[in-house]
Design a protein around this ligand. Structure first.
Ligand code: NAD
Length: 359
């Protein structure tokens, strides 16, 4: 792609913007490849009787790193309501051009709340902008792994992680977001970005111990629901377990590195029958990567004959299910709330034995 850009660059000044999450140093690498493309074009032109080798090539350009922070399922909202805009380049000219381009977003022209102060623009060098992207996602993943670790300690000492999260989240230095304990993070971005940062650190001779712990806590966290099922049901062989949700987070059909996949694999290994209902996956017919699980068309059919349900994805729809009716259809009405989103008292009134994470 960059070589192709180089081969076609002509006319006036151009800015090449890198928005993807790319390994640190990619901006300079893109620059090098674009220059290679330009050199190839020069060679071709010289061969075809064009400009002589000595003539300068009309290709005046800069590379800018402009990482995006869009969440899957909220990309349009996030585009118009950014927390910040990061621009990485060593060229003042390129930065000014990017600032002009972003002016309407900075002024919140399309924002939900147009009275907010302008969006901060953070100007950095190329590598720092690339690092901002990795560090943001790694920090968020670490924050989730942190509260999950606290939840596991809460489980053992009899504290309630939801109350603890409220207590620590109101500290403005910590903040309330991303402190919902559960069965861990997944998706296409957090796993990939945390590992990429870890490997970059290794490439440069640094052991990123905290990032390693972030990943290993997350791997263990996916098994917490399994441990709770074993505590409640003892032997899982021959038991039927129903999963509420399959996608890695709500409002998406994405199952990449979803905690549900780990659960399905482990439940299969232990000889349990696994069923699942997911508001999107059940309707869409998407079954890619799904083996060892019966996908049901609704929550009622999911509950039929189950020994336990596990809430895996915090879909808003799961708040409104008729849990009393679901309990009636189950073999034993046990619910493991893998996202701590259901109301314990309501579930108990509906006839369930309710088990949360870190409660
Ligand atoms: N989605 C994309 O295509 C894409 C592309 C490039 C970069 N990114 C970046 O990746 C980041 C992650 O995007 P995403 O789409 O994976 O979604 P996200 O930030 O909504 O969710 C990521 C993970 O965090 C968990 N999570 C969300 N809120 C939580 C909370 N309050 N407590 C505990 N866990 C919580 C989710 O379950 C999910 O596993 C974005 O912020 C963006 O910077 C995303």
């Amino acid at each position: 792609m960059a070589r192709g850009i180089g081969a076609h660059l002509n006319g006036g000044y151009k800015v090449i913007v890198n928005k993807s999450t790319v390994p640190i140093g990619s901006g300079d690498w893109v620059r090098m490849i674009v220059l290679d493309g330009i050199a190839e074009r020069r060679k071709a032109l010289v061969g075809a009787g064009g400009p002589t080798v000595e003539e300068p090539i009309q290709a005046d350009f800069d590379v800018v790193s402009n990482p995006e922070f869009l969440r899957e399922g909220s990309a349009v909202y996030d585009t118009f309501n950014p927390d910040r805009i990061v621009l990485g380049s060593n060229s003042d000219r390129a930065i000014q051009l990017m600032k002009d381009l972003y002016a309407p977003l900075v002024d919140r022209s399309f924002a939900e709340d147009t009275n907010l102060p302008p969006v901060p623009v953070v100007v950095t060098d190329l590598s720092s902008a690339e690092m901002v992207k990795y560090a943001s996602n790694a920090f968020l993943a670490t924050k989730i792994s942190f509260i999950n670790e606290v939840a596991n300690i809460c489980d053992r000492v009899g504290a309630d992680v939801t109350q603890v999260a409220m207590g620590i989240g109101l500290d403005s230095r910590i903040g309330k977001k991303f402190l919902q304990a559960g069965i861990g993070w997944g998706g296409s971005c957090f796993p990939k970005d945390v590992l990429a940062l870890l490997h970059t650190a290794e490439d440069y001779g640094y052991e990123a111990d905290l990032l390693k712990a972030t990943v290993s806590v997350n791997q263990h966290q996916r098994l917490v629901a399994l441990e709770k099922l074993q505590q409640e049901l003892k032997i899982l062989k021959g038991k039927t377990i129903g999963l509420l949700g399959l996608t890695f987070k709500p409002d998406t059909d994405d199952m990449r590195d979803a905690p549900s996949l780990t659960l399905i694999e482990q439940l299969n290994r232990l000889g349990a029958k696994v069923k699942a209902y997911d508001p999107i996956v059940s309707q869409s017919g998407l079954r890619h990567g799904l083996t060892g699980v019966i996908v049901e068309s609704d929550a009622a059919h999911l509950a039929d004959g189950c020994d336990a349900l596990v809430l895996v994805t915090d879909w808003a729809q799961f708040q409104d299910l008729d849990y009393a009716a679901l309990a009636q259809r189950m073999h034993s009405p046990i619910l493991i709330d893998g996202r701590n989103v259901l109301d314990r008292e309501t579930l108990i009134r509906a006839g369930f034995q309710y088990v949360g994470i870190g409660h």
